[in-house]
Design a protein around this ligand. Structure first.
Ligand code: SAH
Ligand code: DHB
Ligand code: MG
Length: 224
């Protein structure tokens, strides 16, 4: 842990109390996730609010999330949707999905959200076969080893103008290790290289510090 971590925590506490004040539904989602033994690896409140703002800026009507956990980020994103919007979130672990469904129901998002259980690389081809309308925003936050595959699927399931967001692209700086044998690092580097080279994507990555340590997001816009 960085010696600056207490400072990052203080600044996040200030920003969060000012701009993303505690909301009983979100607090309950985290409490129940914790009580069910889920790991506390959800986005921070100010990051959740950022996702919500991005969804609003997109004018998103359809959102795809890969990696649900207890549905904390799902609630932030779901709240950006209009009444007839749709959010599909993919989760490997049935236990996580169960907690998420309860949290989404309490948030009043039961009708517009759908948690699909299974490995995302099995759910994504099924989703493509359904030939639904394209997603306006895709949030990728599952097993980092598959990040490049997730970006490829996101490309197939979106339209020009859609936004793809990847969480955890820095991981304390490990992303810069070109020789890393860590599948998470390799997967994230492959995803970033895809964003850099794919003619249908224009993207960047930004570092963040805060309660989640030193990490960051990649953002990519699908271009025509
Ligand atoms: N987006 C959540 C955090 C997700 S944590 C939030 O910010 O609130 C990552 C989640 O991805 C975990 O619940 C994990 O079970 C799930 N996951 C891991 N591998 C997966 C896979 N192959 N397919 C789908 N989900 C996966
Ligand atoms: C981990 C996963 C995440 O999505 C995250 O935001 C932080 C940590 C993890 O697997 O450790
Ligand atoms: Mg994450």
């Amino acid at each position: 842990m960085s010696t600056a971590q207490p400072l990052w925590d203080d600044v996040d506490a200030y920003f969060t109390s000012l701009l993303c004040p505690a909301d009983e539904t979100l607090a309950a989602a985290l409490r129940d996730s914790d009580a069910a033994g889920l790991p506390a690896i959800n986005v921070a409140p100010n990051q959740g609010k950022l996702l919500q703002l991005l969804a609003r800026l997109q004018g998103a009507r359809r959102i795809l999330e890969i990696g649900t956990l207890g549905g904390y980020s799902t609630i932030w994103l779901g709240r950006a949707l209009p009444e007839d919007g749709r959010l599909i979130t993919l989760e490997y672990d049935a236990r996580h999905a169960e907690v998420a469904r309860r949290n989404l129901a309490r948030a009043g998002l039961e009708r517009i959200t759908e948690v699909r259980v299974g490995p995302a690389l099995e759910s994504l081809p099924k989703l493509a076969e359904e030939r639904q309308e394209p997603f306006d925003l895709v949030f990728i936050d599952a097993d980092k080893a598959n990040n490049a595959h997730y970006v490829e699927w996101a490309l197939r399931l979106t339209r020009p103008g859609s936004l793809i967001v990847l969480d955890n692209v820095v991981r304390g700086g490990r992303v810069t290790d070109a020789g890393s044998e860590d599948p998470s690092v390799r997967g994230t580097r492959a995803a970033l290289e895809l964003i850099a080279t794919h003619p249908g994507l224009s993207g960047t990555a930004v570092q963040t510090v805060g309660t989640k340590g030193h990490d960051g997001f990649a953002l990519a816009r699908v271009v025509g």
